[in-house]
Design a protein around this ligand. Structure first.
Ligand code: ADP
Ligand code: MG
Length: 256
């Protein structure tokens, strides 16, 4: 396996906000079917990295590839030219994203939330979108909530709808940014279970989380970010039982 056939390949990405260097040379390879968990202190650049991967943020330098295709840019005579919005939207449709806040459309039922993008972005016939939407809702354990509005659902249920909504676009990769951080503790498990099942079904996932149990059980690799760099990366058992850097040890002591 190498960068060319990786599902996601992040190559030496730099990103500043004003004078603040938020990403300082990130290189990360994610193979098809892998689950990568990113951990690290607040402000280390985890969310920015995810947002660069789906081109919600522009990188200052470096490149990001999805299945070998540049994300957000095309190469013209050796220079990078940003893709037009439509082409960016097409790429973004291949990348599912689930945020800390559930971001459901409040005026739409669970099912309507799930079928909206397939119908309007992908042009899937309504009947087919509904069938598939219902099957996705049942996959996340919400078959009986299809007609409920977000306000009638718990945070954990809303987050599972958000996952079903992302899956409805048949993404090549799913990005999760602290998907359980806003949930009451008793609702965390139901969301992690859905994510765990997805990982075992072979979905490619990049997950920012503080749930170390999930990282231990599900991650193929754990990446520790600090101040905009990847300080260390490895199998969960190695990172957790034998971290190489003092900063990794300090971070793990603080959260475990
Ligand atoms: P993390 O997700 O690891 O907590 P973030 O990627 O959210 O870190 O943020 C990294 C740093 O970049 C923080 O100092 C944050 O304040 C800053 N930052 C993030 N987004 C913006 C933005 N749009 N404008 C200015 N600064 C930002
Ligand atoms: Mg963040």
């Amino acid at each position: 396996m190498n960068a060319q056939n990786a599902m996601v390949y992040v190559e030496d990405v730099h990103k500043k906000f004003g004078h603040l260097e938020v990403l300082r040379g990130i290189t990360l390879e994610v193979q098809k079917g892998q689950t990568i968990v990113i951990i690290g202190p607040s402000g280390s650049g985890k969310s920015t990295l995810l947002r660069c991967i789906n081109h919600l943020e522009k990188v200052d330098s470096g490149r990001i590839y999805l299945e070998g295709h540049l994300v957000g840019y095309k190469e013209v005579n050796g220079r990078l030219v940003e893709l037009p919005p439509k082409a960016v939207a097409r790429q973004r449709a291949e990348i599912g994203m689930v945020f800390q806040r559930f971001n459901l459309f409040s005026h739409m039922t669970a099912l309507e939330n799930v079928i909206e993008a397939p119908i309007h972005v992908r042009g899937v016939p309504k009947k087919q979108a509904i069938e598939e939407g219902l099957s996705l809702l049942s996959k996340v354990g919400l078959a009986d909530k299809a007609n409920n509005y977000p306000s009638q659902l718990s945070g954990g249920q809303q987050q599972r709808v958000a996952i079903a909504r992302a899956l409805a676009m048949h993404p090549k990769v799913m990005l999760f940014d602290e998907p359980t951080s806003a949930l009451d503790p008793e609702l965390v498990g139901e969301v992690l279970t859905v994510m765990e099942n997805l990982a075992y079904e072979g979905m490619t996932m990049i997950v920012v989380t503080h749930e170390m149990g999930f990282a231990r059980e599900v991650a193929d690799e754990v990446v520790f970010m600090d101040h905009g760099v990847i300080l260390e990366q490895g199998k969960p058992e190695d990172i957790f039982s034998n971290p190489q850097h003092e900063r990794t040890r300090t971070f793990l002591r603080a959260i475990l």
